[in-house]
Design a protein around this ligand. Sequence first.
Ligand SMILES: C[S@@+](CC[C@H](N)C(=O)[O-])C[C@H]1O[C@@H](n2cnc3c(N)ncnc32)[C@H](O)[C@@H]1O
Length: 374
Amino acid sequence: MASPPVPGPPAPVVDVSAPIVAGAADRAEADAVVGAAAELGVKELSRHPVGHGRWLLQLAAPGRDQIGEAVAALRGAGFAVLAGPPTAGHTTVWARRNGPSWFAPGACVCFPWSPVDREAARLTVEIDPGAGFGAGGHPTTLGLLAGLVDPATAGAARSGPDPGLADADPGLADLTGRRVLDVGCGTGVLAIAAALRGADPVDALDIAPAALAATRANAARNGVADRVRLVDADLARCTGPYHLVLANIHADVLTAMAADLRRLVVRPGAPIEPVGPPRYRAAPDATAGPATARAAEPGARGDPPRPPRGEAPGPAAEPPPRPAVGPDPREPGGLLGVSGLSVAQVSRLEAALAPLRTVHRHHLDDWVTLWLRW
Ligand SMILES: C[S@@+](CC[C@H](N)C(=O)[O-])C[C@H]1O[C@@H](n2cnc3c(N)ncnc32)[C@H](O)[C@@H]1O
């Protein structure tokens, strides 16, 4: 009599209700993410070439409870993964919906899985949106990006006979070596776009540690980690000044920070200052520790040393003032770009920012972007 079959090891269970999506830059990265996922018990369900060498993968965690942990581990290993979408069948539809956002001719914000010809495009900012804070496609972000990257046509297409921002601000035409501050950097999309246009240094400030981490990762993804510096500081302690200050934040927050935004914009005829480590005022409360900035890639720049959190700053916390080279009569003064406001909120913010005056305003959907200068 034949003996009953010996049960083998249980078949691996894949819970398709525990989906994870991954983007890969090429086939090798697709294999690598699948390999790393397998070590976590995460299975590959499908993979699609989506064009221009990019891949989109649908994975499944062993159960819903493991999604967060698996996503965190894979993200920690440097892969662009997110929880969702709901089923493998929805993945391509989802990817199409989460496609690139074009904000100027040949210029877009895209995701790691976006089938965009990055070589042929004039400018692409690739954002891994995993940490949230806006992935670059919101009208308030696009409004600033349009002016930053294409001042000649910013707003012209949507606002009728608009001369574009370049006429109002020729300074934006060439950002090479200009100092830029991105207030509320989120995923770093504005800071990265400025750095890709040649700005150096670009200081990226946010109150959320996760935003600074996302900016660091995205700056590296776009090859500008040596120019984008993370500022772990309150805006009030930033000393600047900057040729260009960008802020896409809720209008009430912008109004509350108006005095600091104005103070940080270079004044016309300001002395030329050599680019050096960013300077900050000492913390009013020593227990708060010093405000610091650091390059997105550790060690890429000589930023001030950073004591561990909670430790009182030593006397070296305040870097010595940089020597000014002398007034530059050609310095036209810096520019402030603000976004995140409705039409009804414009006049209140303009009053708070005066005597900076609006030189260009453009509307995208229900949102307004303002560009102001001295
Ligand atoms: C609307 S998001 C903009 C993100 C990104 N700059 C963009 O344009 O997509 C606003 C960001 O401002 C940050 N934020 C809010 N209040 C802030 C403050 N007082 N100082 C610095 N950052 C702030 C938030 O953490 C968030 O990352």
